[in-house]
Design a protein around this ligand. Sequence first.
Ligand SMILES: Cc1cc2nc3c(=O)[nH]c(=O)nc-3n(C[C@H](O)[C@H](O)[C@H](O)COP(=O)(O)OP(=O)(O)OC[C@H]3O[C@@H](n4cnc5c(N)ncnc54)[C@H](O)[C@@H]3O)c2cc1C
Length: 318
Amino acid sequence: MKILIVAETDGARISEKTLPAIAFAQQVAPDSFTILAIGNNTEGVETLAGYGAQAVLVASDPKLAKPLAESYAPVIAHHARQLGADLIAGTTTTFSRDVLARVAGILDAPMLSDIMSLNVNGSTLIAKRPICSANLIGTFEVEGSPIVCTVRGPAWGKPEARGQSPIQQAEVPSDIPTRSEWLSLQGGSGGRPDLTQARVVVSGGRPLKDSETFEKYIGALADVLGGAVGATRAAVDSGIAPNELQVGQTGKTVAPELYIAVAVSGSVQHLAGMKDSKVIVAINTDPEAPIFQVADYGLVADLYQVVPELIEALKNGR
Ligand SMILES: Cc1cc2nc3c(=O)[nH]c(=O)nc-3n(C[C@H](O)[C@H](O)[C@H](O)COP(=O)(O)OP(=O)(O)OC[C@H]3O[C@@H](n4cnc5c(N)ncnc54)[C@H](O)[C@@H]3O)c2cc1C
């Protein structure tokens, strides 16, 4: 089986979010995977070269300076055809959901999303993925070649360091569509670690009232721990936190070493995005709140009292 891994990028820099997809390739086809990085003079390409890929292909062109699915997908489809790739994969992120779905369309290929495991039986792939807000695990069989897939980051982890791969300039097709124009990127983590990559995530729920209060309590606790900030959908819908911070079924999936849920009830939709976290701490006034069923440590308390105390204690190294 030949795998083409698509590196995650903002066009200027390779993202660490690529790593689970490389770990996936190492497990499924250790001797026959290639990594494709797209952008314009993209930084960090060399960080992809230490994992035993047959090659790291670099498609560089000013028209690829921004990660637009419309322009990236034909480049990926072109190299998938040239390589004779059986599987084209990336880590489950907004980038690959956008770009790889379009690749599947161009190649008329079936697509598997967010897979946690994969078995190969002849030309049939048998994959497991979470369904029903991650309360059930579904098994899916797909036949054919090529197949496009996204892989669930926490399930595949980080790749092992292996032999160095040659870095090669890759052909850029001349007919890249340019109908869409990149205008701006809203949001960003405001100097904090990326939510999906952070070691610590502090999330806040609806009771945080407004964005200033959210920042004062959730932002400050995250900062003292060097962590990222997350939010529930109720907090996002109430305008307390920006959309890109939403964790859950219709938000981001995170699996940090430490997840602190402050005034978060623990709906199934929220749990779907964070229950793989290694240690979960919950602060909630309601001892019956469902979040306590998944929490390793629970504090039945008012956030407005205990969060400032916690921040002070952490600042003083207690
Ligand atoms: C199709 C669909 C998709 C969804 N996707 C998502 C998703 O991706 N992510 C997501 O989060 N939700 C999602 N939801 C919404 C979800 O069902 C819940 O409504 C939401 O998660 C609740 O958010 P919350 O915990 O902030 O608010 P609430 O449910 O209102 O809970 C607030 C909690 O704070 C506690 N509390 C109140 N005051 C204090 C205080 N002073 N100190 C400490 N604790 C306090 C309360 O006891 C309560 O447990 C989705 C819903 C649907 C239908």
